[in-house]
Design a protein around this ligand. Sequence first.
Ligand code: ATP
Length: 350
Amino acid sequence: MTTADAVRAALARVQDPEIRRPITELDMVPEVSVEGSTARVALRLTIVGCPAADRIEQDVRQAVLGVPGISALELEVGVMTPTEREALVTRLRGVRRMPFGPGTLTRVIAITSGKGGVGKSTVTAELAVALAARGLTVGLVDADVFGFSIPGILGIGDAKPTQVGDMILPPVAHGVKVISIGMFVDDGTPVSWRGPLLHRTMQQFLSDVYFGDLDVLLLDLPPGTGDVAITLGQLLPNAEVVVVTTPQAAAAGVAERSGLVARQTGQTVIGVVENMTGGVFGSGGGDEVARRLDVPVLARIPLSAAVTSAGDAGAPLVLGSAADPAAAAVVALADTLAARGRGLAGRPLL
Ligand SMILES: Nc1ncnc2c1ncn2[C@@H]1O[C@H](COP(=O)(O)OP(=O)(O)OP(=O)(O)O)[C@@H](O)[C@H]1O
């Protein structure tokens, strides 16, 4: 390693105290050279009158003069051009911390199903409202890009998010902060986006939408094991996953697969919800999926005409008709999930 390399390595240990990243990664050090025992370093501060300037300068001096063979430092301090600053901001935005990724204090629960029409979105929306009614701060991401039905079920079908700068403020329905692709398409037609666009959209939903501090973030995934499930698996390996299925045994195989995909990404499948229990089309589906995934059945939500009318009216059943057996089952599910507490993610369940 040359002495100049050693100086660069020393500078890489100096952090910008505000941005909290090494100054070398922030393009703040455009030039380093060594002549004899004198180091020459150019330092570009992000803004004129940078409040951290003195501190950075001091840290740079200490780091450089600590390099063996260096006894003097010629430091040229300047300020980034607007173009350089813009490039830096863009780059920082790209690496902005995912607030709901590993290490988050928010419980992230993804709701998935093997196939469409099992009532996954309805269960997710009702569950979100039930959790909020318990006093929890709840966010809901409608990631079901092909059938974004959450806004309708929650009665905010026409709501549009407010944009402040590059921050998106989610509409609130019945105490739940909601964001949905449906809020970004005009004609309501199903979205036929492919992988990369979906990936970016999901990333944006999780980083640019300002949810604030949440106790629980629910995600309504599209049915099956497609791009969105895989993307969210990568972005949120810490998520817990609940698989919704109907009582029909025939649905068990596909429901199991969506649970297995989640597990492959490191997510923890915490249980199964059997929806539309008590109908004429069979029984045992929930138990079968739970057995295959080796997780408990967390709830059985009965088939109830009131569920459909509540969804159609945009008025959650758990608020309007709490005595309805389906509403009671959702409230019990909220209790069960809340009682499990945080910190199950990553831990194998017995
Ligand atoms: N427990 C229930 N009893 C009666 N009807 C129900 C029940 N759960 C859901 N439904 C109804 O079933 C239909 C499908 O529900 P929903 O849209 O939630 O399904 P989904 O699994 O999210 O479908 P997709 O993933 O295709 O959007 C809706 O009309 C909904 O009102």
